[in-house]
Write a protein that binds this ligand. Structure first.
Ligand SMILES: Nc1ncnc2c1ncn2[C@@H]1O[C@H](COP(=O)(O)OP(=O)(O)O)[C@@H](O)[C@H]1O
Ligand SMILES: [Mg+2]
Length: 313
């Protein structure tokens, strides 16, 4: 039963939000004026890139928005969570990058969510970094295949590109296909390690390859309210990135870590869990505030030296 609006206890509030997840027809979110193309990047592994890509995508798809997840990580974790086939030989992002297949041949639908689509990654992608080196327009292979006009024509509202934990050619291809970068930052020791390098790379890509690319959101993940450390990292990140950081942060939650084991997003696995609700709210916030263009003087180009080593000191 959905609690009445006058009941403003946290439990009632959580129950109402969970009910919204389970009854998506009751929801709407405005379509963005153009397809929003977002790269999820952080060269650190295990910070929540994949989890964020699939859960934000799933949440927006529940709102009736047409969403595409592009898996550019050979591990294929976002393909698994999106319920996409990704055994060896499955037409995937690899064939798209090397120009062997068209988008229509590699995009898969989702049996449980008609608005969610996925370009899976197979292990073939593991060799792509090297194969791409000798190819023409090696930095633009993905963008050439998955052009903005194609995405517009197909009616996609959001495209999330899940990157591998490196700053190689796959990530560069992702950044040249997107205009926005969403950086997930784990509320842990050394959270900001490497973020300076990521920001420098984004600046370089903006200067030389894709003038439109910019950081449009920073998402704090695995926030543990019981530790002082999480709080410290969160406030350092907020100080540094200002309003680029989404208000909604994702708590560390067992349900979030269990969901991939079932080939599901946490929104499917346990809609009422704190993790699911947090992703749901973060997705709404990300959609409602639109593309966030930092002012040039606040653009996070470099990271202050004291942040380079993370929050451990
Ligand atoms: N909020 C969270 N709470 C608990 N575990 C999480 C959370 N977010 C991610 N995880 C787990 O942490 C691991 C790394 O997350 P993942 O999204 O795969 O990171 P990345 O793609 O950056 O390598 C996974 O096992 C995932 O299930
Ligand atoms: Mg990943």
């Amino acid at each position: 039963m959905i609690p009445p609006e006058w009941d403003d206890t946290p439990i009632a509030d959580a129950a109402r939000r969970a009910a919204r997840i389970q009854n998506p027809d009751r929801l709407t979110l405005a379509r963005p004026p153009r397809t929003r193309r977002i790269t999820i990047a952080n060269q650190k592994g295990g910070v929540g890139k994949t989890t964020s890509a699939v859960n934000l995508a799933w949440a927006l798809a529940l709102h009736g928005l047409k969403v595409l997840v592009v898996d550019l990580d050979p591990q294929g974790n976002s393909s698994t969570a999106c319920g996409a086939e990704h055994r060896i030989g499955t037409p995937s992002s690899y064939e798209l990058l090397i120009g062997e297949k068209s988008p229509a041949e590699v995009i898969q639908g989702n049996p449980e969510n008609e608005n969610l689509f996925c370009i899976p990654a197979t292990i073939d992608l593991a060799g792509a970094e090297i194969e791409l080196v000798s190819m023409v327009r090696r930095e633009y292979r993905l963008c050439d295949a998955l052009s903005p006009s194609y995405l517009e024509r197909e009616g996609y509202d959001y495209v999330f590109i899940d990157c591998p934990p490196s700053l190689g050619l796959l990530t560069i291809n992702a950044m040249n296909t997107a205009t926005e970068v969403l950086i997930p930052i784990q509320c842990e020791y050394y959270a900001l390690e490497g973020v300076g390098q990521l920001l420098n790379n984004i600046s370089m890509i903006r200067e030389h390859l894709n003038p439109e690319i910019h950081v449009s959101a920073v998402l704090l993940t695995m926030y543990d309210a019981r530790t002082k450390l999480s709080e410290q990292v969160a406030s350092e990140v907020r100080n540094h990135f200002g309003s680029a950081v989404l208000e909604n942060q994702i708590p560390r939650s067992v349900k979030v870590s269990e969901a991939p084991g079932y080939g599901k997003t946490v929104l499917q696995y346990d809609a009422g869990s704190r993790g699911a609700l947090a992703y749901f709210d973060a997705a709404v916030e990300f959609a409602e505030r639109g593309d966030y263009l930092p002012l040039p003087e606040t653009a996070p180009i470099g990271v202050a030296p004291e942040l380079r080593t993370g929050s451990s000191n």
